[in-house]
Ligand binder design. Structure first.
Ligand code: SF4
Length: 213
């Protein structure tokens, strides 16, 4: 029986991505090789319990919700996640995965919606970006930039044109909580009329930084 180290499994409102607002079960995996300066889930770096796939599926099913988001930490840092994704699809769940662009997305189950978090200079982890990942993205995937300041905004704006990212799938610009003013970000997007979608972290609007939400 396969297993994974799980930090937490919880039921909440999806706060980000094109699925924002949907009731969703989150499976948060333990471990991350990055250290973004704004990380709000550092508790997932090491805390966790080993659970086999039966335990995970039973826990997920208890919420009676068909939408699942795999998150972390960096969920691709545990290789058995690839097998869990396929199992969840075989059970007819709608599955998305939030990943940092530091680990290859090649070979993930094509039914999984990938939300690829490209690291800006403001994150302090820009050097971890894997350019090769962009060719494995599908039209229904999403690319996210967490914008820490105006210099990050200018960097991300140039980056989406450099790699033609907006032609691949939806590009999301999200202000870094406590760092980037959302109104300033919105006004810059409008001024430049760039092909991105502004988003905010809805779960933080509702529950602030409450854990398990
Ligand atoms: S990739 Fe995500 S979990 Fe890892 S340090 Fe960055 S924000 Fe935190």
């Amino acid at each position: 029986m396969y297993s994974l180290i799980i930090n937490e499994i919880f039921y909440s409102i999806q706060g980000e991505s094109l699925s924002s607002g949907l009731p969703t079960v989150f499976i948060r995996l333990t471990g991350c090789p990055l250290r973004c300066q704004y990380c709000d889930t550092a508790y997932a770096f090491n805390e966790g319990t080993k659970k086999d796939f039966n335990q995970i599926i039973n826990e997920v099913k208890s919420f009676n919700c068909n939408n699942i988001t795999i998150t972390g930490g960096e969920p691709l840092s545990q290789k058995n996640i690839i097998k869990l994704l396929t199992l969840l699809h075989e059970l007819s769940f709608n599955v998305s995965i939030e990943t940092s662009n530091a680990i290859s997305i090649k070979g993930l189950d094509v039914r999984t919606v990938i939300v690829l978090d490209i690291k800006t200079p403001g994150s302090k982890e820009e050097s971890k970006n894997l350019i090769d990942n962009y060719r494995y993205l599908k039209p229904n995937d999403q690319i996210k930039f967490v914008i820490c300041n105006l210099s990050d905004y200018e960097w991300a704006k140039a980056y989406i044109y450099k790699y033609d990212l907006y032609r691949i799938c939806t590009v999301l610009f999200s202000p870094s909580h406590d760092e980037m003013n959302i109104k300033t970000l919105a006004e810059n997007i409008l001024k430049d009329n760039i092909p991105v979608r502004l988003q905010t972290q809805l779960h933080k609007v509702i529950w602030s930084n409450e854990r398990g939400r």
